[in-house]
Design a binder for this molecule. Structure first.
Ligand code: PXP
Length: 238
């Protein structure tokens, strides 16, 4: 059965609308765990636009399931990760102007640097995942530099304008999940998944974990975190 990781960034986004104390992403993480999620994900961005360093330190203290820190492969972030020691780090590309993470990490072009970052993190007992486009060259590079996991970017699938585009992309994700598994990598997936488009992803048995943020946090605003998480878990675990 697939695991569900909840990304709590957008709880912090609402907090930062007033630069105050509520809503608190750490409290959201606690309620989400009580509601059955398998892990908590947060992205400490270079610009700290939502999650702050303090949130990350508190999440490390309170999360009882599994804490996955998304971050850029920079010296600053590597130092923070080594201090906090989350269960997992997911390396993502980061651009200042973007609304959200756009595209996967280019491991092929940045092989030596990413290899060094992965080595440092793994030496500190952190499981390392690389957020990648479903592309065979990127996946082969991830295996070569000894990443533990790849997280397949589902954004193109989620934003496809028609059924044809969606099913082409679904097949690409499926074959890349199989390829990654054959290369010995663990596989997760995420970005843009919601209560509807997640269903077809569930057929891809190589995917061990889904990381979902915006759709669940959006629903939680309307109906509460417990119900928002529960409805997603009902779909995933059916
Ligand atoms: N996985 C990764 C690597 C991401 O960067 C994000 C967005 O922060 C997500 C999953 C979750 O995406 P969404 O908020 O669209 O569900």
């Amino acid at each position: 059965m697939m695991r569900l990781g909840l990304n709590v960034d957008h709880v912090a986004t609402v907090r930062e609308a007033r630069r105050g104390r509520v809503p608190d992403p750490v409290a959201a993480a606690v309620i989400a765990e009580m509601s059955g999620v398998d892990g908590i994900v947060c992205h400490l961005r270079e610009d700290r636009r939502h999650i702050k360093d303090k949130d990350l330190f508190l999440l490390k203290e309170v999360v009882k399931t599994h804490l996955n820190l998304e971050m850029a492969a920079t010296d600053e972030m590597v130092n923070i990760a080594i201090e906090v020691v989350p269960d997992m780090v997911t390396l993502v590309p980061e651009k200042r102007e973007e609304l959200t993470t756009e595209g996967g990490l280019d491991v092929v072009s940045n092989f030596d640097w990413i290899e060094e970052v992965v080595r440092q993190l793994r030496n500190n007992n952190i499981v390392v995942s690389l957020f990648l486009e479903p592309d065979i060259d990127q996946i082969k590079a991830a295996a070569k530099l000894q990443a533990d996991y790849v997280e397949l970017h589902t954004g193109i699938y989620a934003n496809a304008e028609d059924m044809g585009g969606m099913s082409d992309e679904l097949e690409r994700i499926r074959s890349m999940a199989m390829g990654a598994t054959k290369l010995g990598l663990g596989v997760s997936a995420g970005h843009g998944l919601d209560y509807h488009n997640v269903r077809d992803i569930l057929d891809i048995e190589q995917i061990e974990e889904l990381n979902i943020g915006h759709s669940i946090v959006s629903k939680a605003i309307m109906v509460g975190m417990e119900r928002a998480v529960g409805e997603m878990l009902d779909i995933i675990r059916k």
